[in-house]
Design a protein around this ligand. Structure first.
Ligand code: HEM
Length: 539
């Protein structure tokens, strides 16, 4: 009886609290004259993703359109107010110029409950900054080149598996997810996952579970104020326990095997092991400088180059000495990074590749042109397909960029403001801890920036078209110091997958594919509902 009375009191308290938060958030937007979308009580504007036919990236696309033409505007994720920044100039402030107030993402994971949650994507503040500098060194061009043979091996296997599927309809999204699972498995965990050989492999099952809708994860992301004690008591977690146990034991066993047998494979786990042996705090100056130089060059590689001098955060890195205070690279910390490389790496890359093949099947002329470039470049190189050769395919780069534009897997990027922040050129100050989103999908489909936003049009990425577009309007990997760390790796595996599929095979649309594309609901990323079915023929 007592239990039920307590439960009712708890529910009433929660309801009153949420109502109060909700009212307060409304008042904030009203008081500051910020345009915002009227939310539905409790579920706000995004909560609908869980019971309507829309997925989260698509809802962000719609929000972007509804909130036009404001440079920034408000909406609600359940009761939490969020500021969407729509204007490319302001986006530069969030991603780059005022990065030292926007370096967190606002993801709350209790790492006592789920140690795998202690990964780069969710980490905060100093801990993130220090680990990011160190991990950046695992994604340099040199390290990618070392991993290239492992990726190529998976590409060869993909070609072999396709041989067995010719003349029938193939769900290329599923096949490519099996390929990227094998790639990440071999590069991040140092093991063969056999996903290409076996569609029901353990790794595929675990991979699918990472992105499944989970009520506990929803609760955690909705109510960041849940006390740690309650999180522990109800075992609220983002990551499924079975996935956690599976990945944890794989990393533990691999590390033990490598250490006992002095085996090395030039993969992520080797690189993490070398950090473990150095221990972060005792990092050598020259090594630190090398990592930092790479980090700076990566940050400065795109649009942000000319802003480098303005980041105080980067000055902080530049001025930092070998006394960086960070915990050692423990097994838990290594496993958490492997988990995020796996989770962030396989689904996003197979999404880009799957949608690209769909578009190539719909546009046979583009497919032929891509194949011709691949064959010419490889045949003209006496060593065949090498890491360097991948960089000599400008048209392949254009079609990949166009696929990432039209179908950006994540749909939006998120930051949390770490101070009371005055929005440049306004009198409006947003409060500390406010969440800010950058609507990647919306910007990518905006006719202001792209001549033919709804078409697959690789000419969006000619040198002239890129030069004409404002900066911060092409953001599939985010931007600035907290952009995707795996961009280089992703592009390598996507290119390898494309080459392995197109050299000996041609693709056209199977009637099993739903057109126009419908997106799968109850899924965090963009995914074609029912798969992407193409007819595959041997050339
Ligand atoms: C086509 C494939 C990929 C896409 C579209 C993609 C996209 C993104 C985006 C949009 C972000 C957030 C950026 C921001 O907030 O500014 C991100 C972060 C991240 N991605 Fe990727 N990603 C891809 C592949 C990969 C791969 C292959 C890996 C690892 C092997 C990876 C690891 C990460 C990590 C660790 C972060 C968090 C970085 C940090 O907070 O410092 N991603 N990715």
């Amino acid at each position: 009886m007592d239990f039920f009375v307590n439960l009712i009191i708890l529910l009433i308290t929660l309801f009153v609290f949420l109502y109060w938060r909700f009212k307060k958030a409304h008042e904030f937007f009203d008081k500051n004259g910020i345009t915002y979308l009227k939310p539905t009580f409790l579920i706000g504007n995004i909560g609908q993703a869980f019971y309507t036919k829309k997925t989260i990236p698509v809802l962000h696309l719609e929000l972007y359109r509804k909130l036009a033409p404001n440079k920034f505007a408000g909406y609600f994720n359940f009761h939490t107010p969020i500021l969407m920044v729509r204007d490319p100039e302001l986006i530069k402030y969030v991603f780059i110029k005022d990065f030292d107030h926007f370096y967190d993402r606002g993801i709350n994971v209790n790492t006592d409950v789920e140690p795998l949650g202690n990964h780069l994507l969710a980490m905060k503040g100093e801990e993130w900054k220090n680990l990011r500098v160190k991990l950046t060194s695992t994604f340099t061009g040199g390290k990618m080149k070392m991993m290239f043979p492992l990726v190529k091996e998976c590409g060869d296997k993909l070609t072999k598996v396709l041989e067995t599927m010719v003349n029938g309809p193939v769900d290329v999204k599923d096949l490519l997810a099996r390929y990227t699972t094998d790639v990440i498995g071999t590069c991040a965990f140092g093991i063969e996952t056999h996903s290409l050989d076996n569609p029901d492999s353990e790794f595929r099952r675990m991979g699918n579970r990472i992105f499944e809708f989970r009520f506990k994860a929803l609760l955690l992301s909705t109510i960041p104020e849940i006390p740690k004690q309650l999180i522990k008591l109800f075992n609220l977690r983002f990551i499924d326990r079975e996935v956690e146990e599976f990945l944890m034991s794989i990393v533990e066993n691999t590390v033990k095997y490598r250490e006992d047998n002095k085996v090395s494979r030039n993969d992520f786990i080797d690189l993490l092991l070398s950090l473990k042996h150095q221990t972060m705090g005792k990092y050598q100056d020259h090594q630190e400088k090398e990592d930092l130089d790479h980090f700076l060059s990566q940050v400065g590689s795109n649009q942000s180059k000319k802003n480098i001098g303005k980041f105080s955060l980067l000055f902080h890195f530049q001025n930092s000495t070998s006394n960086i205070s960070i915990s050692d690279m423990t097994i838990d910390l290594m496993a958490a990074q492997c988990f995020i490389f796996f989770g962030a790496g396989f689904e996003t890359s197979s999404t880009a590749l799957g949608f690209l093949l769909l578009e190539l099947a719909l546009h046979q002329d583009i497919q032929d042109k891509v194949r011709e470039e691949i064959n010419t470049v490889i045949n003209n190189n006496p060593e065949g397909l090498t890491y360097e050769v991948l960089k000599e395919m400008p048209y392949v780069d254009m079609v990949i960029s166009e696929s990432l534009r039209k179908y950006p897997a994540t749909g939006f990027a998120q930051r949390q403001c770490t101070i009371d922040y005055k929005i440049p050129d306004t009198d409006i100050t947003i409060p500390k801890n406010m969440l800010v989103t950058i609507p990647i999908f919306g910007i990518h489909r905006d006719p202001q920036y792209y001549e033919r936003p709804e078409d697959f049009y690789p000419e969006h990425f000619t040198k002239e078209a890129i030069a004409k577009r404002p900066h911060y309007t092409y953001l599939p990997f985010g931007e600035g110091p907290r952009a995707c760390i795996g961009e280089r790796f992703a592009k390598m595996q996507v290119k390898m997958g494309l080459i392995s599929m197109l050299r000996d095979f041609s693709f056209d649309i199977s009637p099993k594919t739903t057109l126009p594309v419908q997106y799968q609901r109850h899924f965090i990323l963009l995914k074609a509902k029912g798969g992407i079915w193409l007819n595959c023929k041997k050339i």
